[in-house]
Design a protein around this ligand. Sequence first.
Ligand code: PLP
Length: 367
Amino acid sequence: MTGARHYLDCNATMPLRPEARQAIADALLTTGNASSVHAEGRAARALIERAREAVARLAGVAPAAVHFTASGTEANNWALAAAPGRTVAVSAVEHDSVLRAAERRGARLLPVDFNGVVRLDALEAALVDGVGLVSLMAANNETGVLQPVAEAAALCRAHGAILHVDAVQAAGKLELAPLAAEAALLSLSAHKLGGPAGCGALIVGGDVAPPPLLVGGGQEARRRAGTENLLGIVGFGAAAAAAQPATEAARLGALQRRLEAALLESCPALEIFGADVSRLSNTTCVRMPGVAAEVQVMSLDLAGVAVSAGAACSSGKVRPSHVLAAMGREEEAGEAIRISTGWATSAADIDAAAEAWSTLWQRKSAA
Ligand code: PLP
């Protein structure tokens, strides 16, 4: 690759924070197995527990509530295995790792409105009908749209249902403590907040305990056996400690306004999905009318700008985004790209993206 690159696909994976890189490099020198009683083992254990404390601080929970997993996907799958026997409902815009796990339990899909916000009347009706486990994401990975977690939690409480919140995209961008206070189960993923991929966590609060995910050794309070991924966990802890959601959200919000104003100026016919409701300040899902998302992604890539068409997990496949489809926007979904920023994003990255996108629009609209 030649020329400057501008990485704006942070919802797919956030660049590793320098603090995480350093912590991982240091931990490479640790030999012990955290289950061993000797000094080397105790050193590994200390690193893991320090990371657990950092993740717990970020989430506003007690360290004992944090259970490390191999990914956000694993945390979601595990959460969806909670309370066997109860009927499950999930919103139609959840990540595939929730949707596919929910399918196994014959879950109901809760509709969303035009902006992608879950219909609380549908949730209430499902609860009245006996749904006992609900999964609702805090923030959508494609549009950044926030869900009304507090309202959903109040409804769940009123009906004795358990609430799981997929906070994978919210972590590092929003304060997690209010979400963790509402949810019995909360999923996180290290690589979405500047830690390494391949490490996540399920926060298990109160008296809700999903059945052990993996049995074997006594790791993770006997709920998820297997020698811990020391490097991943250490990197996760360092990223969690470095994240400053309020400060970062304010800085990224200014970049988001700059980006969207520039895009709108060049192409007044554009559409920004979820623009009328609360969104993450790092995510812009924008549609260039009449231009396929793949063309936009490739054109920006050639200009040095990395963005994605819909969710990373579904890119490469020609299926329209299930998120935009659930919003009633299936037709338009093929023209939507996602621009997502993070701790390393600068105003120069934003300007490069806006320029490349505007250039493409001018070319296409002149053709
Ligand atoms: N939940 C959401 C909202 C996500 O965006 C993702 C990843 O894109 C996941 C869960 C899965 O996380 P992981 O990549 O760690 O498996």
